[in-house]
Design a protein around this ligand. Structure first.
Ligand code: BDR
Ligand code: CA
Length: 342
């Protein structure tokens, strides 16, 4: 199989936004992937790169491929990347996501193949051959793959339009340590590289993602769509919910990672502020903390648009509308198969 890894910005009539999703599925990563694949007119998903995070790499790459099968996108190139963080020991989150990472839906051996190239090589090559400032990176896991790509060849930064990531926390405090959000805690050194890479960063931290709660009512509405994708999403959210309910006493699981893709589709749903974000890499006590200079009390340079508010009902309207498209299959006609004809 030959895969086209060249952003479609080469085609002047194609105004879809080329993106690469770098993820560690994870139920919420899975929903982010499904939301992106349900937007083939707006987003040109060039490939999915996977990293160790919620579960080890072997499972995150398999889970990404299961999600492609579910969306009937077996043509989507899926790559496996870094097995461990840059400097620290791996941390996983089976207590939140289950032993398989996407528990709550059927787990099976997917047809979608794992691409033979490494995820970091794919990111580097894609950005090197892309038009200037054209490709949006969408990391929804620890930032190890993206940081490794940047450190390998800084010339790739020219190909990046922006980096829309899920990570960090300010007002909400941490979800895996008192100070740190999971993705940044797992690889703070990688997060430090990405936040300071010089390209625009949009950060969906816990301050915003903890507002996006998949309440039983919302999960019921998703299940009621009746198509296989919506049913799988409802199953995953039902599983995910049990942990957050007992931890936060909240009315449902936060849909962290889909905030990134929702922002690409409807940026007006979110409010943000341009700030400096610095990452604590050394302190034993607060490692992985994102120091967000929300009130501009330092002269550290602006490096991030920090999102802090979201129209939650608008978010779920968008999600439900897009998941419903899997039923009507109306999106099939817009999907461009990524396999070149032999
Ligand atoms: C982040 O950590 C993971 O558990 C989720 O998939 C999300 O990316 C939230 O802290
Ligand atoms: Ca994730």
């Amino acid at each position: 199989m030959t895969v086209r890894a060249v952003p479609s910005t080469e085609n002047p009539v194609d105004d879809r936004r080329p993106i690469v999703i770098d993820c560690d599925p994870g139920q919420d990563d899975a929903v982010a992937l499904l939301l992106a694949m349900a937007a083939p007119k707006e987003l040109d998903l060039l490939g999915i790169t996977t990293v160790a995070g919620n579960v080890p790499l072997e499972k995150t790459q398999r889970n990404a491929r299961i999600i492609c099968d579910l969306a009937e996108r077996q043509d989507m190139p899926v790559f496996a990347g870094c097995e461990r963080p840059l400097k620290r020991e791996p941390i996983t989150a089976e207590n939140v996501h289950g032993d398989e990472g996407i528990d709550g839906m059927e787990i099976f051996e997917p047809e979608t193949p794992l691409h033979s190239r490494d995820a970091v090589d794919f990111i580097v090559d894609t950005l090197k051959s892309a038009d200037e400032e054209s490709v949006t990176l969408v990391p929804t896991g620890p930032l190890t793959n993206v940081a490794t790509a940047i450190e390998r060849d800084r010339s790739i930064l020219g190909g990046i339009r922006e980096i829309v990531l899920m990570g960090g926390a300010m007002r909400e405090g941490g979800n895996r340590s008192p100070s740190a959000e999971f993705n940044v805690l797992v690889d703070p050194h990688a997060a430090d590289v990405v936040f300071n890479c010089g390209r625009p960063v949009v950060a969906m931290g816990l301050d915003v993602t903890h507002q996006v709660l998949a309440s039983p009512e919302r999960v019921k509405n998703i299940r009621a769509l009746g198509n296989p994708v919506a049913r799988a999403v409802a199953g995953m959210l039902g599983f995910f919910e049990r942990f957050d309910k007992s931890k936060y006493g909240s009315e449902g699981a936060p849909l962290h990672d889909p905030c990134t893709v929702a922002y690409l589709l409807e940026p007006a749903l979110f409010k943000g502020k341009d700030v400096n974000v610095s990452v604590e890499c050394d302190s034993e006590l607060t490692v992985g903390h994102t120091a967000v200079d929300f009130w501009h009390v330092t002269d550290r340079p602006i490096n991030t648009r920090w999102m802090y508010d979201v129209d939650v009902d608008g978010f779920f309207e968008l999600l439900i509308d897009r998941l419903n498209r899997y039923d009507r299959r109306q999106y099939r006609g817009d999907v461009q198969d990524r396999r070149d004809p032999e």
